[in-house]
Design a protein. Structure first.
Length: 300
């Protein structure tokens, strides 16, 4: 696989898949294929992204990954194992399979077994920051028996910030998802807190009091950012938190917080129209307006 990086197959063409496609093209990768089970759902992100990229959707898994030197799996968390099962029979011998999905260590290990049994080289990759700001320069943790070998050639595909954390599959996933219990949990906590505080007219007192925890933090800005992320990406985040709950449970700990966060993230995703509001309190007010019945209905 020296010289030209060869064909790259994108399994999943949501936000992460689109960014990979754009940056890979910018890095000189011209042979790209894509397959997403949502291609037949008009109006969903996958077909919109394919059109914007000028990328013809592959009709199926076999057509997408056939001849690919690298397969990037960037589907929703619950589809990690099904995606691996769908493409594994069609992988070229020795093809890299980079699993970017936010799935539990157990599910990653199952996916790895499927891929490696078919002659592919499975590598788990945990994205440790939002992808939009730094794109493919974002930090990725790699794991699995093929991780070190992939890290040595990752720059061919514009991946410059990769760190091998273990030759065992699951450690990178555990790192990301235990972090998600905190990060996505903060999103859920701030969403719930600000909705209630605004209703009582004490939102400023609550925000000001949080400076006792982390002095110097602009909590209004933090709350606005975190709440908007839940509203915009809550469905995907909810799936991730179900996987985080599985990760916690696999450690023998009852995942009370992770499951509650999954529920709040799923709930927040119902109100995407609130993203049109200006500022943190405007966003909160827009969600409140959506969840409260009109005055006449409430009285009835």
């Amino acid at each position: 696989m020296s010289g030209a990086p060869g064909r790259v197959a994108l399994v999943g063409l949501g936000e992460v898949g689109r960014i990979f496609a754009e940056d890979l093209r910018a890095a000189g990768v011209t042979d790209l294929t894509a397959w997403d089970v949502a291609f037949d759902r008009p109006g969903s992100p996958a077909p919109r992204n394919a059109e914007a990229l000028g990328l013809a959707p592959a009709p199926g898994a076999a057509e997408a990954v056939g001849g690919a030197a690298l397969v990037l799996s960037a589907v929703t968390a619950s589809q990690c194992l099904p995606a691996a099962q769908a493409v594994a029979p069609h992988l070229e011998p020795g093809a890299w399979f980079l699993d970017l999905n936010s799935a539990s260590p157990g599910h990653k290990q199952q996916a790895a077994a499927v891929v490696d049994a078919r002659g592919g080289r499975y590598v788990e990759a945990a994205l440790m920051s939002p992808i939009a700001p730094r794109r493919l320069a974002s930090p990725f943790l790699l794991g699995g028996p093929h991780a070190a070998a992939f890290a040595a050639v990752a720059s061919r595909w514009a991946l410059a910030q990769v760190t091998v954390v273990s030759a065992d599959v699951g450690r990178a996933a555990a790192t990301k998802l235990c972090r998600s219990v905190v990060v996505k949990g903060l999103e859920a906590l701030l969403t719930e807190s600000m909705l209630a505080a605004r209703s009582y007219g004490v939102e400023r007192d609550v925000l000001d009091s949080l400076s006792n925890i982390l002095p110097g933090t602009d909590w209004e800005a933090v709350a606005g950012y975190f709440i908007s992320r839940s509203v915009q990406h809550g469905a995907r985040r909810s799936e991730e938190m179900v996987e985080a709950a599985a990760t916690v449970a696999e450690a023998g700990v009852e995942p009370l917080m992770a499951l509650a966060t999954a529920q709040r993230q799923r709930w927040a995703a119902q109100y995407p129209q609130a993203l049109d509001a200006q500022g943190t309190l405007g966003l909160v007010d827009a969600v409140l307006a959506a969840i409260r019945p009109p005055a006449g209905e409430a009285e009835a």
